[in-house]
Design a protein. Sequence first.
Length: 492
Amino acid sequence: MAPRHEKKQVIIVGGGVTGLTLALTLQHLGIDWVLLEAYGSVVPAVGSGIGLYANGLRILDQLGIYHKVAASGQTTESMNYIDGTSGELIMRRVMKSLMVKRHGYINMFLPRSALLGIMYDAIIDKERIVCNQKVKRVETTEHSAFVYTEDGTIFEGQIVVGADGSRSTVRREMWRNADEQEPGWIPEQDRENKPCEHMCLFASAAPVKGISAGDLVGSALPGKAVGLMCNPDNSIFWFWFWTVPPSMRSVSLDQIPRPSEEDIQRELASCGNAIVSATGIHMSDLVQTMEYQGATALPNYVLKRWHHGRIVILGDAAHLFNPLVGQGANSCLESAAALANVLHEHLGPEVGKTNSWPLRKLSTAFASIEELRVSRLEFMVNRCQEAMRMVAWESWFPKFMLKRVAPLLPLSKFLNSYSDLIVDGVALNDRFPPTAAPHEWPYPEERSDQTGYSVGAKAGAVGAALAATAIALSFAGSGWKNLHIGISNLSS
Ligand SMILES: Cc1cc2nc3c(=O)[nH]c(=O)nc-3n(C[C@H](O)[C@H](O)[C@H](O)COP(=O)(O)OP(=O)(O)OC[C@H]3O[C@@H](n4cnc5c(N)ncnc54)[C@H](O)[C@@H]3O)c2cc1C
């Protein structure tokens, strides 16, 4: 029997945040798509919490699902930094009103499964989502791209989008196609090992007295950290991070390691003494009622090349964040929006009605995504990595900066390190409804010069250092000169 062969314009591989966001944008643009997911459902029954910021929320708003997300989410009421060894409250920041004023939306968090469920519900033609279809091979040719799945089905499309996460098969296949057809296309840098300084395990826990809905906690310890968010019902999502030995801090993208059972048991046994509130709640109080969700290594990267031929990669397949700050999924939303925008811009408003998308136009369109996204993402990924180092401190310097310098910052300066990650975000173009939320800091499409707005991105070394001081504190490691300049400018 001949294998089943289906034709669509866009074949999306992967039904996570990136794949579902893209599916919703294509639905709106009238483009014919199918989404292939390896597992039996795109809405997992379990999972951790996911934090959303204005850069992601405004895209959800344009897609018409913001109100549902907001109804299921918990807004961030306060951020509490604790010395995890002594229990000292380093600082408590209430950021809600200033963030709304600046960016139009307040940060919130909700279970990842709830976000995916809301996205899935908004898909009109659910048959376009095909589960239990694990992709094993991809081919790109002059006129079509072909996707082969493990059950023998072949999907043919104008483009294939790898939204299949950090262990992406589509990325591997894109590299193979490029090596065969255009050796040298993939920069060596992309294939080099990537830094992986931390691992984490994540779980949920029953309510504990002293941590209430909307509290975010960052508890800092030598080489370890706790991140914690408290849900509307006072249940808790928590993350335990640990720094890996120097010999393990470089990983191949083809073989991203997983924490071993021994790692997990060791960390669970040792995390109990960490203090997560000024009232003396210990991690052991949370471990007692824990529902274990998973553990993962935390490499970080931004690849330079996202496309070859008719294949393009997005989301964690192309850019991976340390999750402590919570910009990974928000950036997936932005990258999916960027692809929808360029398809419309480069192939014209009739893009949904034609089945011959010229390769030349696609190459230009895909290259423009890299141009738009790579430098912003490098800035963001570095900031988030620095934030992780600042909390899981390994030397006196980040500890001093977090405990003694950051608390001196006025709220507006403290929040710059969050705003910097938000304000240059990509939104969907004018084929989608504009967002109405009033805000003081203009987004890129509202600025005439289109240059980066973020304090850190535009201000050079000293400004960047200042902007980062609050949590990312990006002058960590840049020595006494910046430290001195930074401190003398704190109140300006
Ligand atoms: C512990 C933790 C906490 C986080 N917290 C936050 C947060 O608070 N805020 C935030 O913004 N981000 C957060 N992130 C990051 C965020 O979760 C990710 O950036 C985002 O979910 C990635 O989405 P994705 O769709 O690109 O990839 P994934 O979520 O990995 O989805 C990929 C999908 O592709 C499927 N797939 C894989 N291979 C194949 C194949 N061969 N064929 C078919 N399907 C395939 C997978 O089954 C999966 O469904 C966190 C990450 C972690 C690990």
